[in-house]
Design a binder for this molecule. Structure first.
Ligand SMILES: Nc1nc2c(ncn2[C@@H]2O[C@H](COP(=O)(O)OP(=O)(O)OP(=O)(O)O)[C@@H](O)[C@H]2O)c(=O)[nH]1
Ligand SMILES: [Mg+2]
Length: 426
């Protein structure tokens, strides 16, 4: 993506509440500056307010609103960015009294996503998220719509027009959902084809800018777009990768996560994120050279929880070791759970990573023959769903299935196993 050429000047505002961790506040503000920059705005000044509770009407106090207004005038700022979620009324009140565009974190992220989307699927997902964001914020004044833009047409005042707008938007949302449903089905078919003959699938997930695409490129020569900006990747890319022992896996690069990722966005990106749900193994990629790496890992974990993928087998991959201190890397590797340190740039540690992946699939899957009574079709269906089937034959009233299964699934099907010979290989 080309960063938008017209640079807007922005004032960044943050409300700090008593429970907020100062380090987290600094990091979050720094991230907002990068998000703003990626979207095409330069933060000219940052204003922080400490308050015991948020002001219901405008989030920050009236005095602070005045101070921001003065700063906007002095700096000739085009917009004010809030490092907090604004309610619909707070947003419109602030916009009215400040006289310039007011955007919150969610809108900023949505704006970047809208600029980044290339494929039909990506564009549909972003539009769905935007419309879901706009719907509760529609007011008779129509200012809100104008500030988001996004192909829905210009707004006129009047309640009647508003109702029409709502209806049009709801219809469009239904339409997008239906189309995304179709895309999902198509994706499932593609996924099946893509993974044929592979011993497993691996998804790269992680904070935005952690180096997921760089890692995919380093492992597979995929030639995926890499950039030192946030959300370089929106659409998943899958590539085959050979393991040292000769087996092949399919690795998928996905959209990056960020803390406080808008909920609507996660829901809208369901088709894309299904690549993560469907993977056998997750590589949680983290930028170990980044100060806030632990917070970034927790943010990724919460998104994984949100999409119900947190229970999946996972290896933490600390990337960018070339740019990090040895002590930091050692400390991270000592944290509980399997982890390794790599550099997509210098290729350090990639061999170790591939060995770990190989070991996972070798220990995790066993090839067996199952003998299932023909009237227990649901059991046979489960084998297909859980494992990789090599052959199926019939013997009197039984179905014989030669398949490879993971340990937990094998446990559940133990009663049907007739031949357990891991030496047979794959
Ligand atoms: N020093 C160093 N930089 C790296 C390494 N891997 C990636 N980078 C840089 O980090 C930046 C982000 O890399 P990407 O691969 O685009 O990161 P990503 O996780 O795919 O990011 P999104 O798609 O935005 O979520 C780029 O500028 C890369 O050149 C590494 O091992 N070492
Ligand atoms: Mg990427």
């Amino acid at each position: 993506m080309q960063r938008p050429p017209v640079s807007e000047a922005a004032v960044l505002v943050r409300l700090v509440l008593p429970g907020d961790d100062p380090a987290e506040v600094d990091e979050s503000l720094e991230e907002m500056r990068r998000l703003a920059w990626t979207a095409g705005a330069e933060v000219a000044c940052t204003i922080v307010q400490r308050r015991a509770v948020p002001c219901p009407a405008t989030l920050i106090g009236a005095g602070k609103v005045e101070q921001i207004r003065a700063a906007v005038g002095e700096l000739e700022a085009d917009l004010v960015i809030f490092d907090s979620e604004l309610s619909p009324t707070q947003g419109s009140k602030l916009q009215k009294s400040l006289g310039v565009k007011v955007v919150d974190r969610t809108q900023l992220i949505l704006d970047i996503f809208a600029q980044r989307a290339r494929t039909n699927e990506g564009k549909h997902q972003v539009e769905l998220a935007q419309l879901q964001y706009i719907l509760p914020r529609l007011t008779g004044r129509g200012v809100e719509m104008a500030r988001l833009g996004g192909g829905i047409g210009t707004r006129g005042p009047g309640e009647q027009k508003l109702e029409v707008d709502r209806r049009v938007i709801r219809k469009r949302i239904d339409r997008l959902r239906a189309e995304l449903g179709e895309i999902r089905k198509h994706r499932q078919v593609q996924r099946k084809r893509r993974t044929e003959g592979a011993i497993g699938t691996v998804a790269l997930v992680g904070y935005t800018n952690a180096g997921k695409s760089s890692l995919l490129n380093a492992l597979t020569q995929a030639g995926v777009f890499v950039e030192d900006k946030l959300f370089a990747t929106l659409d998943p890319t899958s590539r085959r990768c050979s393991l040292p022992g000769g087996g092949q896996i399919v690795i998928t690069d996905t959209v990056g996560f960020i803390r406080k990722l808008p909920h609507g966005l996660v829901a809208a990106f369901r088709a894309t994120l299904e690549e993560v749900n469907e993977a056998d193994l997750i590589l949680l990629v983290a930028d170990v050279s980044h100060e806030g790496v632990d917070d970034q890992v927790s943010a990724v974990r919460s998104v994984l929880e949100e999409i119900d993928a947190h229970g999946k087998p996972m290896i933490r991959v600390y990337n960018k070791v070339d740019a990090a201190g040895e002590d930091t890397v050692r400390e991270k590797l000592n944290l509980p759970g399997e982890s390794c340190a790599v550099s997509a740039l210098t290729r350090e540690g990639l061999g170790d990573l591939l060995n770990r992946i190989e070991r996972y699939f070798a220990t995790a899957r066993t090839r067996v023959t199952l003998r299932i009574p023909q009237n227990e079709a649901n059991v046979a269906a489960r084998v297909y769903e859980w494992g990789r089937v090599f052959e199926r034959s019939y013997e009197e009233n039984f179905i014989l299935i030669d398949a490879e299964l993971g340990a937990p699934q094998l446990g559940a099907l133990k009663a049907y196993v007739v031949d357990d010979d891991p030496e047979r290989g794959n």
